[in-house]
Design a protein. Structure first.
Length: 183
């Protein structure tokens, strides 16, 4: 019997990263990405690409190797497409975007390479690379979740209520002790 595919729910991290830019994330998050794409984890001289890992965490809901590979390959193709978009007509652009994936959602590399010479350098990730990015993404997602949980704040109405209690003269220590008893 084959081993079940490794996967991890990434919904919290995905929601947290929506609207965030790779170049503008705080250093504590960037260091997690860099740590998990280090060359020692990827068993090569360059390591992994932190931007690819960021894109995976930002766009993939369930982290399994298949979805991670699709996301990174798609990101690489879309990056090339953005660069050549100004040189092609709108109809060509729409034709490429409509046909760049096969029926199963995988990148149609042969079509892209046939359509434009810029895609000649596009290489899809090999199985080993996808496995390395999968391990890195699942580990980074777990660390992101821990940091996100530490940063979650109270809802504004609860904050306001606690502030009103303190303003009315109730000691902060008594409030904290009472909250500890609730656990």
């Amino acid at each position: 019997m084959a081993r079940p595919a490794k996967s991890k729910d990434n919904e919290k991290v995905k929601n947290f990263l929506q609207g965030k830019n790779f170049n503008r994330i705080p250093k504590k998050y960037r260091s997690i990405l860099d740590k998990h794409t280090d060359k020692s984890k990827f068993h090569n001289t360059k390591g992994g690409n932190s931007l690819y890992l960021f894109e995976v965490l930002k766009h993939v809901s369930v982290l399994n190797n298949e979805e991670i590979g699709k996301c990174i390959n798609s990101f690489k193709a879309n990056d090339i497409l953005r660069r050549i978009a100004k040189d092609i007509s709108n109809e060509e652009y729409m034709y490429i975007t409509a046909n760049m994936y096969d029926d199963e959602g995988y990148l149609n590399v042969e079509f892209l390479q046939m359509f434009n010479s810029e895609f000649a350098n596009l290489t899809v990730l090999k199985e080993r690379q996808i496995r390395n990015y999968g391990l890195a993404a699942r580990a980074a997602s777990s660390e992101f979740e821990l940091l996100i949980a530490d940063e979650e704040e109270l809802p504004p109405d609860v904050k306001e209520y606690l502030k009103s209690l303190v303003d009315s003269g109730i000691d902060k220590k008594k409030i904290a002790d009472y909250l500890k008893k609730l656990n």
